[in-house]
Design a protein around this ligand. Sequence first.
Ligand SMILES: Cc1cc2nc3c(=O)[nH]c(=O)nc-3n(C[C@H](O)[C@H](O)[C@H](O)COP(=O)(O)OP(=O)(O)OC[C@H]3O[C@@H](n4cnc5c(N)ncnc54)[C@H](O)[C@@H]3O)c2cc1C
Length: 572
Amino acid sequence: MQQTYEQHFYDVVIVGSGLAGQRAALEVAPFARTAVISKVYPTRSHSGAAQGGIAAALGNVDEDTWQQHHFDTVKGSDYLADQDAAEIMVRDAAQVVIELEHMGTPFSRLPDGRIAQRNFGGHKYKRACYSADLTGHVMLHTLYEQCLKYGTKFYNEFFVTRLFMKEGRCIGLSAVNLADGKLHSFFAKAVLIATGGGGRAFSITATAHATTGDGFALAYRAGIPLEDMEFMQFHPTGLYKLGILVTEGARGEGGYLINGKGERFMEKYAPGMMELAPRDITSRSEQTEINEGRGIDGKDYIYLDLRHLGKEKILERLPQIHDLVFKSLGVDCIKEPIPIQPTAHYTMGGIPANLDGQVTIDSENTIVPGLFSAGETSCISVHGANRLGCNSLLDAVCFGRRAGKAMAKYITGASMPDIDEEQIKVSVKELDEFKSRKGEEKVASLREQLQKGMMVRCGIFRDSEKLSAQLADIRKLRGRFQNIGLEDSTSNYNFELMEALECSWLFDFSEAMVLGALKREESRGAHSRTDFPKRDDEKFLKHTLIYKTDGEPRVEYKPVVITAFQPQERKY
Ligand SMILES: Cc1cc2nc3c(=O)[nH]c(=O)nc-3n(C[C@H](O)[C@H](O)[C@H](O)COP(=O)(O)OP(=O)(O)OC[C@H]3O[C@@H](n4cnc5c(N)ncnc54)[C@H](O)[C@@H]3O)c2cc1C
């Protein structure tokens, strides 16, 4: 099948129009020809679903400091975060939030007019700046307006299929225009990957349908390692069976977690912080209650109870949640408790990048020229083994902004790559081959088997047996995937093709995650091994790097940057 294609040339090409991608674009677009490519319409990026807030030690409510935010973040990470990176993030936080406010983000207010702040898990003080429970939505819209103002060119509903690498440098990429099926190639001095997470590898997840780990796989296939992939965050409050998120802000406003015996069980696990313990601990506690038969009616869910907050507070601070819970489950949370269970939420690991978002390839942090990454796809490692709530929006805008600045500088000294016909040919061939598969297997069925396996064997509690079985299964499923059959041969909006490509990313994403988890024989943050229940700093205070090879992926490690805080036992 003959493909038509167009070629484009930009100084900077950004993949992903979530908060990280757009914040980067805004920094570089005034100085350089900048394109943003997104497989969904920009304001539909998953960032727009963020409800609870963005963390910054503004000290508007409490006596907060960036130093305390730094400590909370490092402790929350179970000491795996790189402390230099975490320090930059928390120090930049106030400015990043104030800039957003000046651009027009309508944050909720205190009576005296300053930005309001609320509690979030693992943070000692009220630190989350929010806009009711629509924080990501308003930030994303504000950034989109600004990007348009500065002339960023958006390629909406374009699906990136491959990175172009030449002699170790990234020179561009290929992308399908979903509207007509044509393959385009983009050449650029700098490419930024900001494609969000991979929550869709799990059957119960709070993440959008488009969160299929694309950027991880694009980089992995281009020879870049993936860092610390074993750390997947399970959020404590997903709607039962649906996984849809109820923001931690609901507990920040005072909501309780209740088991089948009517107890606030967090008293047993984190008496100091109760429901506002970090997510790894809270989700594990819930799962323990469920596993030991203390779910509601002995089943696999528990309750989030907001009734005592009262109608006025619920409707003022959590209006979207009220609406969402009612529409999804028919539960009125003013009068009834909400059935919830842990849900796959956030990918802590990702593409290794330095403090300027430049992608690195080894334990010496050697830079890959022309390639940058920011947001959930990247692992600059500010979250280590467990991210604190509200630190992710901060990570996305803080390091999006830094990567944008760094790219603006980088392109002044970089040459424009030549067209590389060979790369174009390979990407055309690859897509044609994919489209022509006429086997027996169905993508939806393979994906479902992958997701169920990941949930059960690579979920909150893991062990060697389950992980090995899952790794073997991923390989079997991937083998069967070679034999898929695509029925839709149309060019415009061929979602069957898109879903098949997404499923192929999920295999790479999951393989790196399961392998990292299998090799890490300890329990740290969100990675809980029942066969190795203790943290082992001697052997595993280090970052995992997983490289794709033609055979078994290669596993290497790199040291953690420790500056201000020596690892301690983590208690709440
Ligand atoms: C329901 C929910 C609530 C959350 N609430 C909070 C919160 O209150 N506070 C907080 O700090 N964090 C929160 N998070 C986490 C946070 O929202 C995300 O980590 C963050 O927004 C990710 O931003 P991003 O820019 O990295 O990616 P995203 O916003 O996920 O954007 C990814 C972009 O990549 C594009 N893309 C992906 N693959 C391709 C491809 N192959 N080709 C072209 N484009 C592609 C997509 O189109 C999209 O534009 C929440 C997450 C969820 C799921």
